[in-house]
Design a binder for this molecule. Structure first.
Ligand SMILES: O=C(O)C1=C[C@@H](OP(=O)(O)O)[C@@H](O)[C@H](O)C1
Ligand SMILES: C=C(OP(=O)(O)O)C(=O)O
Length: 424
């Protein structure tokens, strides 16, 4: 992809099929790799994070093949490795999820990553791995991480205030061990993501007792289950959130492939556009959601447990009458960029004022004419910039647009058919 991409003014119209959720796919790949049976995952679409998870699955010893939108994985049995090296690409989830998994499979582990992931602190991982009995070296709590000594299944306590992703990894790792264990978690954030992990483990026949997201009781693994598992990777509400907002501010769109009963945190985007006054409807027969433009007014929203919604919420807020207030900015410091600051600085290039105070972002609605946005190699910032072109008078230039490969490689292709509809 070129270093910049010019998105002409356009208006949302027609239909888009949502890509698969990378959160669902990375989890399903991790669990399937640890199961001595075949898992068939439908709805597959590629992205860099998911491909990093597949590469790690191969390192663990799982085999897999992709036919069109179907991914089949044959997992491993009794893995006992001397050493393993994994590269998590730029995926925060794969790093925090696979770290405890590989530590239970191998006496020595080397965990590395690329790009923005090298700058993201991973608080809690080292302490958790040490609690499980490994010796850990890291680059000041960042990648690369090296472990020595196989992690042993035992009860563990973690701090959940920075991220839910380590909990996801521990739930998956410990539920594939022969002993009953317990995880205690304090101050868990991104709670729906932990629920998604529990739901997926349940689909594999693993029931974890959840005591109000503070304590999780994990049964010993039952390796005698051999029946094939069928999983559907539902459409991604996180990527679709940009289209939901794009339609709410400019026109109308029908989105297919999403589940209105999803456990995905970012389905909350519907409540946000609803609060702002947009029109939307769900068609149960077709399983589609249609979102339509309306007069939009400032809204207040708490995104503490759905932090990835900040970039699309920023577009929504900038197009509402009045000042919108979004809570939960503390959750954004260690994403692919320092996202609250990135949103503030990049929106100032479009003359949109964003105030950051304590844990809150305030955005003043203001018409957008034209301008440039740098993704800073953060996929959600690239998509945020492009969505502004749905209301701009002249093109929006996206610097470093290839960031979208991380979660939604077809994002620009999906909006391109609308470019002949000039918005204003
Ligand atoms: O488990 C997941 O799939 C994710 C959890 C969230 O991270 P945190 O738990 O670190 O907030 C989210 O921001 C990330 O994009 C995906
Ligand atoms: C923060 C994100 O993902 P991860 O932490 O898995 O890299 C994201 O997709 O916005």
């Amino acid at each position: 992809m070129r270093p910049t991409l010019s998105i002409p003014p356009f208006k949302y119209s027609g239909e888009i099929i949502a890509p698969a959720s990378k959160s669902v796919l990375q989890r399903a790949i991790a669990i399937a790799s640890l199961q001595p049976r075949k898992t068939i995952i439908t709805g597959y679409t590629p992205s860099n994070d998911v491909e990093a998870a597949l590469e790690i699955a191969s390192r663990i010893g799982a085999s897999w093949e992709i036919n069109d939108r179907e991914l089949q994985i044959i997992g491993t049995k009794n893995v006992d490795l001397e050493t393993i090296e994994i590269n998590c690409g730029e995926a925060g989830l794969s790093t925090r999820m696979f770290a405890p998994i590989v530590a239970t499979l191998s006496r020595q582990c080397s965990i590395s990553g690329e790009g923005s992931l090298l700058y993201r602190p991973l608080p809690g991982i080292i302490d958790a791995l040490e609690q499980l009995g490994t010796r850990v070296k890291s680059n000041n709590e960042k990648l690369p991480i090296f472990t020595e000594g196989k992690a042993q299944a035992q009860n563990i306590s973690i701090d959940g205030s920075h991220s839910s992703q380590l909990l996801t990894g521990l739930l998956i790792a410990l539920s594939h061990q022969p002993l009953k264990t317990k995880i205690s978690v304090s101050n868990l954030k991104s709670i729906p993501y932990a629920q998604m992990t529990l739901d997926l483990l349940q689909e594999f026949g693993i029931h974890i007792e959840n005591r109000e997201f503070k304590e999780f009781v994990i049964p010993p693994f039952n390796p005698s289950l051999t029946q094939d598992i069928h999983i559907h990777a539902e459409g991604d509400w996180s990527g679709a959130a940009f289209h939901v907002v794009g339609a709410a501010i400019s026109g109308k769109v029908k989105l297919l492939g999403l589940d209105i009963n999803s456990s995905q945190a970012d389905m909350q985007i519907i409540h946000a556009i609803d609060k702002a006054g947009a029109r939307w409807s769900w068609n149960q027969e077709e399983k589609s959601i249609t979102v339509e433009k309306n007069q939009l007014n400032a809204f207040e929203f708490d995104a503490t447990h759905c932090p990835d919604l900040f970039p699309p919420l920023a577009v929504l807020a900038a197009n509402c009458k009045g000042t919108s207030v979004i809570h939960g900015t503390h959750r954004l410091t260690h994403k692919e960029s320092n996202r609250a600051l990135t949103i503030q600085e990049e929106l100032s290039r479009l003359d949109i004022a964003v105030e950051l105070e304590n844990n809150t972002m305030k955005i003043h609605g203001f018409p957008v004419h034209s301008g440039s946005i740098s993704s800073r190699n953060d996929h959600r910032i690239a998509m945020m910039g492009a969505t502004f072109a749905a209301v701009s008078k002249a093109p929006i230039i996206i610097e470093k647009p290839s960031a979208v490969q991380k979660s939604y490689p077809s994002f620009f292709n999906d909006i391109e058919p609308m470019f002949s509809n000039i918005s204003n």
